[in-house]
Design a protein around this ligand. Structure first.
Ligand SMILES: CC(C)(COP(=O)(O)OP(=O)(O)OC[C@H]1O[C@@H](n2cnc3c(N)ncnc32)[C@H](O)[C@@H]1OP(=O)(O)O)[C@@H](O)C(=O)NCCC(=O)NCCS
Length: 172
């Protein structure tokens, strides 16, 4: 990792082919999260820029910025979502920030890196503290949150997944 350059960028049409290959990796492990995005990639990119400024928000959606952690300007390593505010669902389940690492790039510190860089973006937005959640069995995820200053504020059964969920607050 020493000579590589990684940057956090907004989603761009320029990385379409790489985004497709990333989505395929998720699909191959049974994770559908990017299926819709590759179904209409141009629309996905438009949606990202609209949601980032709170334009044309669908009912129940709050403004959200999406970021990609990119290596050497061409390989998407991880993705994060920063919600600018919370609604009831986000307070209970999703929190301010979600992230995921490309399956073939896991266990190399990128999960930790993308949360750290997304916290900088949250600071830039003027947020003073953020809620980040992780399913209790997802030890990798809550270790990342704890490394980034997360203070555990309890565990609850998620109505959404039926699993125990850890809730952390991070002071910025
Ligand atoms: C959870 C996830 C983000 C971790 O990303 P990653 O890039 O592999 O994480 P890192 O390399 O930064 O590792 C973070 C820590 O978790 C540990 N870890 C990572 N994967 C692990 C695994 N499968 N089992 C056990 N520990 C694991 C690492 O050893 C490291 O711990 P350490 O710092 O104490 O050594 C990634 O597995 C993922 O995208 N999963 C699917 C989506 C998801 O669960 N997102 C989080 C929900 S908020």
């Amino acid at each position: 990792m020493s000579n590589e350059t990684t940057r956090l960028i907004e989603p761009t049409l320029n990385l379409k082919d790489d985004f497709y290959s990333l989505a395929e990796e998720f699909l191959a492990e049974g994770d559908q999260r990017y299926r819709e995005a590759i179904g209409d990639f141009e629309r996905f990119i438009q949606l990202c820029s609209d949601e980032a400024v709170g334009r044309n928000l669908a009912p129940g959606r709050v403004p959200q910025s999406i970021f990609w952690l990119v290596r050497d300007g061409r390989r998407i390593l991880a993705s994060s979502r920063l919600r600018h505010t919370l609604n009831t669902f986000l307070e209970q389940v999703g929190g301010h920030i979600g992230y995921d690492v490309r399956p073939s790039e896991r266990r190399r510190g990128y999960g930790n890196q993308i949360l750290r860089m997304t916290l900088d973006k949250a600071r830039d937005l003027g947020l003073k503290q953020v809620l980040v959640t992780a399913d209790s069995p997802n030890g990798a995820s809550w270790r990342i949150i704890e490394k980034n200053g997360g203070v555990l504020h309890g565990e609850a059964l998620s109505q959404h997944t039926g699993q125990l969920l850890r809730k952390y607050w991070i002071e910025l």
